[in-house]
Design a binder for this molecule. Structure first.
Ligand SMILES: Nc1nc2c(c(=O)[nH]1)N[C@@H](CN(C=O)c1ccc(C(=O)N[C@@H](CCC(=O)O)C(=O)O)cc1)CN2
Ligand SMILES: [Mg+2]
Length: 281
C-alpha cells in the first residue's frame, strides 16, 4: 500500500497557522505585503499568480500587482525592482518565472534585495543555503522538506536521488538534502543508466518537466517518490513526471499530481513573506 503525501492538506494546515501569525503582526500595525511581478502573457504563469494572490488573500497577506507587457525591457523590470526594494511597505518581492525570451533572468533576480527575496533565488540566499545558514529558501524544495517532515520520513544517512538540476528545484534541493545529512546523487539529461541509480534510492525527487518520464520500475518498493512535475498529457489531463498508474501501489510513499508539491510551494511563499515581516519588528 502506498501512502499519499498530501500536500494540499498540509498546505491548508500551514495556512491556518499563518493566519494567526498575520493577526499578531496586525496587532503591531504591520500588514505583510508581497509584491508580485509578472511580465508577459504566459498562460500558466497567469494561473500561478492568480492562485498565489488568492492564497495570500486567505491568510491576510496583502499583494501588490505589477503586471508588465512582454515588450518591457530588462532595465525597466530592474528599475521596478529597485523601487520595490526601497518601498518600506513591501516585505517580499516575487518575480514569476519564466521571464519572456531575451530577458536575462539572472540579472533580474540579482536586482532583488536579498532580504526581500521571498523565492530564495538570489545568489546570496542560494550561497547561504549551501552553507546551511539559509533564511530564505526556494519554495518548492522547501515545501518538499516540510512534507517529508510531516510524514516522519527520515533523511539522515538515506540515499536521495534528485532527477533534474533546475535552479528552481533540483539545485537548491541538493543543499537542503545535504543539510539533512542525506547521501545525495543528482542526475540530469546527460546521466547514463538512470534506472540503476533511482532503483537504489530511498527517496527520489523528480523534477524534469517531462510527462510520465519515470515508470514504476524505476523505484524500489520501499521508495519515497516526490513528483514535482506538472504537464498536460495528450488528453489534456494534468500529469506528473512520474507515471502514476505504474507507480502508485508499488512504492511506500508518493505525492499526487495535482495536490502534492504544488500547494506546498504556495504555502512556503506565504510563510516566508510573513517571516520577513516578523523580522521587521
Ligand atoms: N518565481 C517563481 N516562479 C516559478 C516557481 C516559483 O516557485 N517561483 N515555480 C513554478 C510555478 N509555480 C509557482 O510559481 C507553481 C506551480 C504549480 C503550483 C500548484 O499549486 N499546482 C497545483 C496544480 C495547479 C493546476 O491545476 O494547474 C498542484 O500541484 O496541485 C503552484 C506553484 C515555475 N515558476
Ligand atoms: Mg502537486
Amino acid at each position: 500500500m502506498t501512502t499519499k503525501l498530501d500536500g494540499k492538506k498540509l498546505s491548508n494546515e500551514i495556512k491556518e497557522e499563518l493566519k494567526e501569525r498575520v493577526r499578531c503582526l496586525q496587532d503591531k500595525g504591520i500588514t505583510p505585503c508581497l509584491a508580485v511581478v509578472l511580465v508577459g502573457d504566459d498562460p500558466a504563469s497567469q494561473v500561478y499568480i492568480r492562485n498565489k494572490k488568492r492564497a495570500a488573500q486567505k491568510v491576510g497577506v496583502k499583494t501588490l500587482d505589477n503586471v508588465l507587457p512582454a515588450s518591457t525591457s530588462e532595465n525597466e523590470i530592474i528599475d521596478l525592482i529597485y523601487s520595490l526594494n526601497n518601498d518600506p511597505q513591501v516585505h517580499g518581492i516575487l518575480v514569476q518565472l519564466p521571464l519572456p525570451q531575451g530577458i536575462n533572468e539572472d540579472r533580474v533576480i540579482q536586482a532583488i534585495l536579498p532580504s526581500k527575496d521571498v523565492d530564495g533565488f538570489h545568489p546570496q540566499n542560494i550561497g547561504k543555503l549551501f552553507m546551511n545558514k539559509g533564511e530564505l529558501a526556494p519554495c518548492t524544495p522547501n515545501g518538499i522538506m516540510h512534507l517529508l517532515a510531516k510524514y516522519d520520513i527520515q533523511l539522515d544517512g538515506k540515499r536521495v536521488v534528485i532527477v533534474g538540476r533546475s535552479k528552481i528545484v533540483g539545485m537548491p534541493m541538493i543543499a537542503m538534502m545535504l543539510n539533512a545529512n542525506a547521501t545525495v546523487t543528482v542526475t540530469h539529461s546527460h546521466t547514463q543508466n538512470l534506472k540503476e541509480i533511482t532503483r537504489e534510492a530511498d527517496v527520489v525527487i523528480v523534477a524534469v518537466g517531462k510527462a510520465e518520464f519515470l515508470t514504476g520500475d524505476y523505484f524500489k518498493p520501499s521508495a519515497v517518490v516526490i513528483d514535482v512535475g506538472m504537464n498536460r498529457n495528450e488528453a489534456g489531463k494534468l500529469v506528473g513526471d512520474v507515471e502514476a498508474a505504474s507507480t502508485a501501489d508499488k512504492v511506500a510513499f508518493m505525492t499526487p499530481v495535482p495536490g502534492g508539491v504544488g500547494p506546498m510551494t504556495i504555502a512556503m511563499l506565504l510563510k516566508q513573506t510573513i517571516e520577513i515581516a516578523e523580522r521587521s519588528i
